[in-house]
Design a protein. Structure first.
Lengths: 317, 246
């Protein structure tokens, strides 16, 4: 028996979400008294840091990561070789694509977006109702699949190195042809679902031409930018920045919301944030009820003061 | 083109979320149910647009009890041709996927549309399971979809960006924002929906692979600390020293 973890390799690097999945798998393996084996595709440097995240072995395969069907086959083959009955993914794009296929193939119960380690009897905690509630979900099947919500549990570093070996796999022909890949994120910007720091703005900014201070603050803090739904609907900002119940769900360490009223649908996607800062000129804005820190004031007067302080802080640290 | 659109029922986005029976059941008291937004706004509307440009039929499929019928009628009012309700409790994703797959198998659907995820369970897993059970390609988190003959060109979310792919029918796709614009049903649509066929089929034999043991609410915030706007810069110090967030 063992625990198998799929670790998504992004051009030779493992994003934090992948390391979190490995770390989660390693803790589940420790609970079960067995090994955590990570599988990945493409080329990696050494063990890619997966040993430090808790994997005892890293298997490297060749498979088209854009094809969920072939990736599913790969994971099922690896699970058979590893004799794994628990399979872990990140609840990221790859996890959402491949984990359900693996679960269906192995007739396994799947808990998507776990926010805690399984308890006794494999009861796994996850957010439901778009973050407005929590559910404890029991898995009844012998085979079990879990996807781990990014930015929920962190990575426990072990200081160890994993044994790396190639995993032979003949994927066969893909039924999906990739025509073009477009990168959305600006250089070095962390994608929203993984971001630890987020600076977000709403209709209170009055127009797309006023986003300068939002981007500047984000840049100084190393944060990712986000927005409310109407802002992306009217085209002030790109769709992928839209957070909330019908957009991206995020749970960063810090969420700074500027000129956003805090409608229930917006809160649903962001209330998992550890610290929420609300800047709004209306003291009655509902967002203040969900905030840790609040500033009642005009964004255009408040932001320059914060930017100045942030610059000074970064210069000193 | 023969299109199947899987729709789920979800509480209205403004609903108060509460639980009964010792936290084991969602409290439906006073809750208004809607078609899950991803299923309606993006999957269904794009399916209808395809039908309008290239012809074909759009069938709605739901797994649920009689309480599903109002939202199925709404989907018909927006423009779907017919509907099927699989008479089963939607207890678990794999169970629901097995019901959908059992129904769709051998019926010759060219595209099976699902929404990206439901706003009540936030799983994003039923469509991939359906694809696996039917041995079909699966395109996840798609935000643009065009069809030319039997080839679809689809734009979808990938880590850090987007990818344009091509796939031949039949396939399963999960629809995300960008795919289409919401449509409000008109009076004629609502009238017509009353007489459109709604077939009820019995559930296929399957077992739930998971079950919710209990629900709870997230801990409430302890309260907001206000900072004077004049002194807004002190926020950074507080975030560093007190909140340890930067
Ligand atoms: C089914 C459904 C799903 C939805 N999903 C989402 C979702 O996923 N995400 C989402 O965000 N919304 C969603 N919404 C929309 C949501 O209900 C709100 O309409 C939206 O979040 C409001 O956006 P906003 O706060 O930017 O704009 P507004 O509500 O217009 O608020 C603007 C705020 O800016 C403040 N302001 C104005 N000027 C200034 C200034 N100079 N300085 C400081 N503050 C200022 C105002 O006081 C106000 O509070 C959904 C709605 C529905 C019905």
């Amino acid at each position: 028996m063992s625990v198998l973890i799929y670790a998504e390799n992004q051009n030779g690097k493992f994003p934090k979400s992948a390391l979190e999945a490995v770390s989660y798998g390693a803790e589940v393996a420790a609970m079960m008294g067995t090994d955590a084996i990570a599988i990945t595709c493409g080329s990696i440097n050494g063990d890619g840091g997966l040993g430090n995240a808790g994997a005892s072995n890293v298997w490297v395969a060749n498979a088209p990561t854009s094809d969920s069907q072939l990736m599913g086959k790969l994971i099922v083959a690896a699970a058979a070789k590893a004799n794994a009955n628990v399979i872990i993914f990140s609840h990221d794009v790859a996890g959402k694509m491949v984990a359900p296929r693996v679960a269906a193939r192995l007739d396994a119960g799947l808990v998507p977006g776990a926010t805690a380690l399984p308890g006794a009897d494999f009861v796994v905690r996850k957010n439901v109702f778009s973050g407005k509630a929590i559910a404890d979900v029991a898995i009844h099947t012998t085979n079990k699949v879990i996807t781990v919500l990014p930015n929920s549990l962190g990575v426990k570093n072990t200081g160890a190195t994993a044994a790396v070996e190639a995993f032979a796999f003949d994927a066969g022909a893909s039924r999906i042809t990739v025509k073009e890949v477009k990168s959305e994120n600006k250089d070095g910007e962390i994608p929203l679902p993984e971001a630890e720091l987020v600076v977000s703005a709403g209709r209170g900014m009055k127009g797309p031409e006023h986003w300068g201070p939002i981007e500047e603050l984000a840049k100084i803090l190393g944060a990712t930018t986000a927005c409310s739904r109407p802002v992306s609907d009217i085209g002030w900002r790109p769709h992928h920045e839209h957070v909330g119940q019908t957009g991206v769900t995020i749970r960063p360490n810090l969420y700074i919301a500027v000129g956003i009223s805090g409608a229930i649908q917006h809160l649903a996607g962001v209330n998992g944030s550890k610290i929420i800062v609300v800047i709004n000129k209306d003291p009655e804005a509902p967002f203040f009820k969900a905030a840790d820190y609040g500033i009642v004031g005009d964004a255009f007067e408040v932001l320059p003061k914060i930017i100045e302080a942030a610059k000074a802080f970064k210069a000193a640290h | 083109m023969k299109i199947l659109v899987c729709i789920s029922k979800a509480p209205d986005t403004t609903s108060k979320i509460a639980f009964t029976d010792g936290g084991s059941k969602f409290d439906e008291n006073g809750v208004q149910f809607i078609v899950n937004p991803y299923d309606e706004w993006y999957a269904l509307v794009r399916a209808l647009e395809l039908k309008e440009t290239i012809g074909g039929t759009v069938t709605i499929l739901s797994v649920g009890g009689t309480d599903y019928e109002p939202i199925i009628r709404k989907a018909l009012a927006i423009g779907a041709d017919e509907a099927v309700r699989i008479d089963a409790a939607e207890s678990d994703s794999l169970y629901v996927a097995k019901q959908i797959a059992a129904y769709a198998n051998g019926k010759g659907f060219d595209i099976i549309f699902c929404g990206k995820e439901t706003i009540n369970f936030n799983g994003s897993i039923v469509p991939g399971m359906v694809a696996e059970l039917l041995d079909l390609p699966f395109v996840s988190l798609a935000n643009k979809l065009n069809v030319n003959g039997n080839t679809a060109t689809i734009e979808r979310e990938v880590a850090g960006g987007e990818e344009v792919i091509e796939v031949n029918t039949p396939f399963v796709v999960s629809a995300a924002k960008g795919m289409a614009e919401q449509r409000i049903p008109n009076m004629r649509g609502i009238m017509a929906a009353r007489t459109k066929p709604l077939e009820v089929v019995p559930a296929a034999a399957a077992e739930a692979a998971t079950s919710v043991k209990s629900y709870s609410l997230p801990p409430a915030k302890s309260g907001c600390k206000y900072i004077d706007a004049e002194n807004a810069g002190s926020l950074i110090q507080l975030l560093h020293e007190e909140a340890k967030a930067i």
